[in-house]
Design a protein. Structure first.
Length: 175
């Protein structure tokens, strides 16, 4: 399968939105660590949403997730961004059993990469489930409500308004 990453010019500044979350271990410390590592390895953090607490999506688990969305300016390509995100997940003790959704210390998803549509074996952007997940839409709406989804043509604010996700979610107030 041919990669569309070659279309991203070297040294070009790209805007990537990352969905970051987890439900195992010290969830807030894991988010802080992930943000620090993203800033060190992926690029300049432009905006970071508040922390949202949400029930597990797509599976049952006793612990709720903490979720944020970060807007990052990077010189990395989409595949380099994904590789760095996966490395950060591993450093934060993410394990994968290959059995579908499960609890995790850290999950970093590439939600959007500029306004590109990318389809490769390892990466699909925009993330295919964004429109179904309030735990992504609400923090994304907080930091970039007018961002237009390149496939639907709708803003994040519009997508949030029509999302049918009925999962429990709330913004955390941190001291």
């Amino acid at each position: 399968m041919e990669s569309k990453f070659a279309t991203t010019a070297p040294n070009k500044e790209n805007i990537v939105f990352l969905g970051i979350g987890g439900n195992l271990g010290d969830r807030l410390a894991n988010l802080r660590s992930a943000i620090n590592l993203i800033g060190d390895r992926i690029g300049k953090l432009e905006k970071v949403s508040s922390v949202y607490l949400s029930e597990p999506w797509g599976f049952k688990h006793a612990k709720y997730f903490t979720n944020i969305v970060a807007k990052v300016r990077t010189a990395l390509s989409a595949d380099e961004t994904l590789a760095s995100a996966l490395q950060i997940e591993a450093e934060l003790k993410r394990t994968r059993s290959g059995n579908g959704y499960e609890g995790r210390t850290m999950d970093i998803d590439v939600l959007f990469f500029n306004d590109e549509i990318i389809r490769t074996e390892s990466l699909i952007v925009p993330h295919p489930l964004i429109c179904q997940r309030l735990f992504v839409l609400l923090p994304m709406q907080e930091i970039e409500p007018d961002f237009v989804h390149p496939q639907t043509g709708k803003t994040i604010l519009e997508l949030t308004g029509i999302c049918t996700d009925s999962g429990k979610i709330r913004k955390l107030t941190l001291k």
